[in-house]
Write a new protein. Structure first.
Length: 328
C-alpha cells in the first residue's frame, strides 16, 4: 500500500502525480502555442533559402511547416525532462524504490493513433510538396515527365512554368568554374549569371569533364551537371538581388573554390545587359561550337582560348588549371 501511494520518485501521493500531469499538460500547451507562433511567424520568414524565387519560397514554406510541427514535440521532451530533474529527482538519503510502472492501454492507444496520424500526414504533405509545386527541388533530370498542359516545344516536364515566355540559360560546369550560355541572345557564353525578375527560367545543366552540381542557393535550385547529359531545372525569380552559385558535388582538388555569384535584375536591365554582352562577346562567340544541350570536350579545340577570353585560366586548350598538380 505504501508503494502505491508514492510518486515515481518514491515521494508524494497519487493526487500529487495527477497535479504534476495537469501542470505539465497546461505548460506544454501554452509553450507549444507560443513556440509555434514564434517559429512560423517570426523565425519562418528568415529561414533558408529565403523567398527570392518561387522554388526557394516553396522550400522555405516546407521548412516552416516542419519546424512548426516539430516545436511541440521538442518542447514536450524538454519540459518533461526538466520537470523530472527538478521535482522527481531522488532526495538525499532516500534509497527506496519508486512505484512500479504498469502498462496503460488508453495511453498506448492514444500514442499510436497520434503518432500514426502525424507520420501519415507528413507523408502526404511531403509527397505533394515534392511533386506538385516545383518537382524535386526544381531539378527535374534529363527526361522529365510529359505535361500535356504545356506545349512540347516549350518543355516536356510536368513542373514547367505554364508559359511560353521562358528564358533558356545553359549552365556548363568544368573544373573548376561555371559558365553560362544564352541561346536566345546569339548563344554567347559568359561567367556572369544574370536573370530577369518575374520571368520563368529554364536551366539546362551539363558538364565538360566530371560530375558537378549546380546549386543556386538563394533561388532554391539544384541540379547535377553530368557530362553528356542535360539536366533541367526551373525557377521564377521573384525579387531583385544577388545569389550564390556553388558546386555541391565533390569534383576535384579545387571543388571548394568552384563558386560564383549571380544577380536578379529588372527586365529592362536584363535586356540591356544581354544585348550589350552579346555585342561585347561577339568575337568569342564565333569560337564556340554551335549551341547544343551537351558537348563533346574532345572536339572543343578552342576552349582554352575561350576560357582565357572569359577570364578563366586553362591548360593549353584543356580544362585544367595549369597550377593544378594533378594533370590529365
Amino acid at each position: 500500500m505504501a508503494a502505491d501511494a508514492t510518486s515515481p520518485s518514491g515521494h508524494g501521493t497519487r493526487s500529487g502525480r495527477r497535479r504534476d500531469g495537469l501542470w505539465l499538460l497546461v505548460l506544454w500547451v501554452v509553450l507549444s502555442v507560443v513556440g509555434c507562433i514564434l517559429v512560423y511567424v517570426v523565425w519562418g520568414p528568415h529561414l533558408p533559402p529565403g523567398d527570392m524565387s518561387n522554388t526557394a519560397a516553396s522550400q522555405q514554406f516546407d521548412t516552416r511547416v516542419l519546424g512548426t510541427i516539430a516545436t511541440p514535440v521538442v518542447l514536450g521532451v524538454l519540459l518533461y525532462f526538466g520537470w523530472a530533474l527538478t521535482f522527481w529527482r531522488q532526495k538525499p538519503g532516500d534509497e527506496t524504490d519508486a512505484a512500479p510502472i504498469h502498462g496503460n492501454t488508453k495511453l498506448s492507444a492514444v500514442w499510436i493513433t497520434v503518432t500514426s496520424a502525424i507520420v501519415l500526414g507528413l507523408a502526404v504533405f511531403g509527397t505533394y510538396e515534392l511533386i506538385a509545386p516545383a518537382g524535386a527541388g526544381s531539378g527535374q533530370g534529363p527526361q522529365p515527365a510529359f505535361n500535356h498542359g504545356v506545349p512540347p516545344a516549350v518543355s516536356d516536364t510536368s513542373w514547367a512554368p505554364n508559359t511560353n515566355n521562358i528564358l533558356q540559360v545553359q549552365v556548363i560546369g568544368q573544373q573548376w568554374a561555371w559558365t553560362y550560355r544564352y541561346p536566345q541572345f546569339g548563344g554567347f557564353e559568359t561567367t556572369a549569371l544574370v536573370l530577369p525578375v518575374g520571368q520563368a527560367v529554364q536551366f539546362n545543366v551539363t558538364s565538360l569533364d566530371v560530375i558537378h552540381s549546380f546549386w543556386a542557393y538563394q533561388l532554391g535550385v539544384k541540379a547535377d551537371a553530368n557530362p553528356g547529359v542535360n539536366n533541367i531545372a526551373y525557377t521564377i525569380p521573384e525579387h531583385i538581388g544577388g545569389f550564390t552559385v556553388r558546386c555541391a558535388e565533390l569534383c576535384g582538388i579545387w571543388h571548394g573554390a568552384m563558386y560564383n555569384y549571380g544577380s536578379v535584375v529588372s527586365v529592362s536591365a536584363f535586356l540591356s545587359w544581354a544585348h550589350s554582352t552579346a555585342i561585347q562577346l561577339a568575337a568569342v562567340t564565333k569560337l564556340l561550337p554551335p549551341y547544343a544541350l551537351t558537348y563533346d570536350p574532345t572536339v572543343l579545340t578552342n576552349v582554352g582560348k575561350v576560357n582565357q577570353e572569359l577570364g578563366l585560366t586553362s591548360a593549353g586548350g584543356g580544362y585544367y588549371n595549369p597550377a593544378d598538380p594533378e594533370q590529365p
